[in-house]
Write a protein that binds this ligand. Structure first.
Ligand SMILES: C[S@@+](CC[C@H](N)C(=O)[O-])C[C@H]1O[C@@H](n2cnc3c(N)ncnc32)[C@H](O)[C@@H]1O
Length: 465
């Protein structure tokens, strides 16, 4: 019976938003976490039905010792599983069994009223069905090996995904989509780090950065753990050094593990607050690119389980939280832009709120006049959803930003802005294809020419970016 009390406790904690279903189910190892997780998920799928049946049968009025959530998990197993309540006996089980006939009767009536032919028809359905996005880790493998290993055949749209099929993404190289229910438990490609499970939108920042022209020095990932984007950068830039910052001690361990499994040898992990770095430290003198993916509200994340909590959790007042996050995001973005040789910076969040997205970029760019937002042509132009013009003081800027609506086109909610330093970018792109000039006379000549070029480039940044 302790198991049911524990599962009911998880439901109580979920209501109070003490963690995700997975976190709470796996927190207490005394009870089989997988079994707890399964019961909690299944119960949440049928909460509406169970609540109704419990109410109609007046169970809680008659059995005062039962709480709502304890009754829900027990009635779930009584009515919706073949095995029934898995406990040898006790107070709570007896209370349910005393009301068994009534509960069964109300359940049958409910099903008839709803016209349901099976119990499954009563379950809550996930309105958002994301495919499983898998990035081929080109450090250790290639598309051919992965396709062969997964034993899948290509289809030409994510809507056509069924078991045994694969879709090759058209925005991000080496990104594949598989059907949503595929499991990677025990999968060799996954366990050996040859594939990395990463949502499509989360692959955009490194892909955008990689699409920018000009030479690349060192790269910073300012907010790195768990390391999806760091390892993506490492795969795209095998010859660059990547400094991966993470301030949280626990998450640093996850980052270390992920970098190790990915086989990346060019990542230097820095366990520290990125905003505390000395931007003039010689160590970072060669940094030309920064990927910044700071903590955010996560309001764009739609997980496989989120829909289960729609009716369970009370809405929270997000006002203050959004404001604090927005301030932090502006501060960390300004810090990224202050590295003396940085030329390209992507700023991203998995939030759908303007306060964390367009507004942060807009406010920072108002203060940082040397920086601009790159236009559509250089920021995955094939992606249809862009920034919201009304949220930017210069509405034309929005076209260069990426927005992903949760669930639309198979991704979570996401935002990316692609920023470039006007002068450094113009310099880098006008000399990119030329051999390096070392003598001082030609250096002076180049400087003069670049000065002219910079002016032109600033005016035509859109064409060049
Ligand atoms: C949204 S997550 C990053 C996800 C990561 N980019 C990925 O794709 O796997 C933000 C991370 O930044 C870390 N973080 C937040 N503020 C930071 C700071 N000032 N310095 C370094 N890390 C920070 C958080 O601990 C968290 O792990």
């Amino acid at each position: 019976m302790d198991f049911y009390v524990h599962a009911a406790g998880v439901l109580d904690d979920l209501k109070e938003r003490k963690g995700s279903i997975k976190q709470l189910a796996f927190k207490n190892k005394k009870f089989d976490p997988k079994r707890t997780y399964a019961l909690v998920c299944e119960t949440l799928k049928y909460t509406k039905v169970l609540d109704e049946v419990i109410e109609r049968s007046e169970l809680l009025k008659k059995e005062k010792k039962l709480t709502r959530n304890l009754a829900i998990v027990l009635v779930h197993d009584l009515l919706l599983t073949k095995r029934g309540i898995q406990a040898s006996g006790g107070l709570y089980k007896d209370a349910i069994l005393r009301n068994k006939t009534r509960l069964n009767g109300e359940f049958v009536k409910y099903k008839i009223q709803k016209g349901a032919k099976s119990n499954e028809e009563l379950a809550l359905k996930n309105p958002v069905n994301l495919p499983r996005w898998v990035r081929v880790n080109t450090i250790l493998s290639n598309k051919e090996e992965v396709i062969k290993g997964l034993g899948v055949e290509p289809v030409d749209s994510i809507d056509a995904l069924v078991p045994g099929k694969v879709y090759f993404d058209d925005c991000v190289e080496n990104l594949l989509a598989l059907e949503s229910n595929i499991s990677f438990v025990g999968n060799e490609l996954y366990e050996k780090g040859k594939i990395i499970i990463q949502d499509k939108a989360s692959c955009f920042p490194a892909a955008v950065l990689h699409g920018m022209p000009g030479p690349v020095g060192d790269i910073i990932d300012g907010c790195a753990a768990p390391g999806n984007k760091t390892t993506h950068l490492a795969a795209l830039y095998p010859n660059a050094k990547i400094f991966a910052f993470e301030r949280d001690a626990y998450r640093v361990k996850t980052l270390q593990k992920m970098v190790r499994i990915s086989g990346a040898k060019n990542v230097e992990i820095q366990h520290m607050d990125f905003t505390h770095t000395d931007v003039h430290d010689e160590k970072y003198a060669n940094v030309t690119h920064i990927l910044l993916d700071p903590s955010c509200s996560g309001s764009g994340i739609v997980s496989r389980q989120d829909f289960l909590l729609v009716n369970e959790q009370d809405p929270v007042d997000e006002g203050d939280r959004k404001e604090n996050l927005s301030k932090f995001q502006s501060t960390i973005l300004k810090h990224a832009l202050s590295f003396p040789n940085v030329r390209n910076v992507t700023y991203s969040t998995c939030s759908v709120h303007r306060e964390e997205n367009e507004q942060v970029v807009d406010e920072v760019l108002k203060q940082e006049k040397d920086w601009s937002c790159a236009p559509l042509e250089s920021t995955l132009p094939q992606w249809p959803d862009r920034g919201v013009p009304e949220y930017c003081s210069d509405p034309s800027m929005a076209g260069g930003m990426i927005r992903c609506e949760p669930g639309r086109y198979g991704t979570i909610g996401f935002f990316v802005a692609n920023l470039f330093h006007n002068k450094r970018y113009a310099e880098a792109t006008s000399t990119a294809t030329r051999p390096s000039v070392t003598n001082s006379k030609s250096k002076r000549k180049r400087k003069k020419k670049n000065a002219k070029g910079n002016k032109k480039a600033k005016n035509n940044a859109g064409d060049q970016a």
